[in-house]
Design a protein around this ligand. Structure first.
Ligand code: SF4
Length: 260
């Protein structure tokens, strides 16, 4: 039986949600889009996503947090879902965790404009306690309802590398029951979302640590992101050596970039 949240009793019932119209989008098997096409098609996807009512999180969110960054990025970061700051602003990874992610990107010579950042879930999963919304883990049915937005985002972007930030994202992108301790930082090559996928610590998790634990976890995130950037460079070098037919069209490798 579906567990009801505290919120269910506090909000008036809404009419049955109608799924927003989703534009015709490229199938994962279609040839990759050119970078400028990716921006346009991703924008067409964002519009209906912003009014999505496929699950009950639409009743409690302030903003749908679709994702942001470079639509043609070869490197995509995927977290679990928006928290309080993200819900308030409509942007992924803001607040202290976002600042840590920005810092770690910068230490690897990157900014948000070089990558794309999004979440498995586009709306904040929260319950109310003493009048305050508090984060809660998303329910499986909420993850299932939201998954097609992520599927379509990644089918448009077609990244070379995905870094899952935290185990919940890795559970969806890599495999169920993902275990961070033995599996973090390892490459997985069976994901339908990208040829190379790994998991790294979520910045919010790192911020809950103290002393040497914090330093070690932060250093491991820096290393994992460095490895992700190196993987992009390595794959794109291989593709260039194989010639223009090897699949660089639609990847930012079609012109020189930070990842060359
Ligand atoms: S969490 Fe996803 S499926 Fe649920 S309302 Fe938000 S966008 Fe729609």
């Amino acid at each position: 039986m579906t567990q009801r949240s505290l919120f269910d009793d506090e909000l008036p019932p809404r009419p049955a949600p109608e799924a927003p119209a989703v534009p015709e989008l490229p199938a994962p098997t279609d040839p990759p889009l050119l970078p400028e096409q990716k921006a346009e098609v991703l924008e067409r996807l964002r519009e209906p996503a912003l009014s999505c009512t496929r699950c009950e999180l639409s009743r409690t969110r302030q903003h749908v947090v679709f994702g942001e960054g470079n639509p043609a990025a070869p490197l995509v970061f995927v977290g679990e879902g928006p928290g309080e700051n993200e819900d308030a602003t409509g942007r992924p990874f803001v607040g202290r965790a976002g600042k840590l992610l920005d810092d770690v990107l910068r230490e690897n010579g990157m900014t948000r404009e070089h990558v794309y950042i999004c979440n498995i879930l586009k709306c904040r999963a929260a319950f109310f306690e003493e009048g305050r919304a508090r984060n809660r883990p998303p329910r499986p049915e909420e993850v299932d309802a939201c998954r097609s937005w992520l599927d379509q985002q990644l089918a448009i972007i077609r990244p070379i590398v995905i870094v899952c930030l935290g185990a919940p994202a890795a559970n969806v992108i890599i495999h169920r029951n993902f275990r961070m301790t033995p599996e973090r930082g390892r490459w997985f090559t069976h994901s339908p979302y990208a040829p190379w996928v790994m998991a790294a610590f979520h910045p919010a998790y790192i911020l809950r640590l103290h002393g040497p634990g914090f330093d070690e976890a932060r250093a491991s995130l820096v290393r994992d992101i460095a490895a992700a950037r190196e993987k992009v460079i390595e794959v794109r070098r291989q593709l260039r050596e194989q010639g223009p037919e090897a699949g660089l069209a639609g990847q930012p490798g079609a012109r020189r970039s930070l990842f060359d």
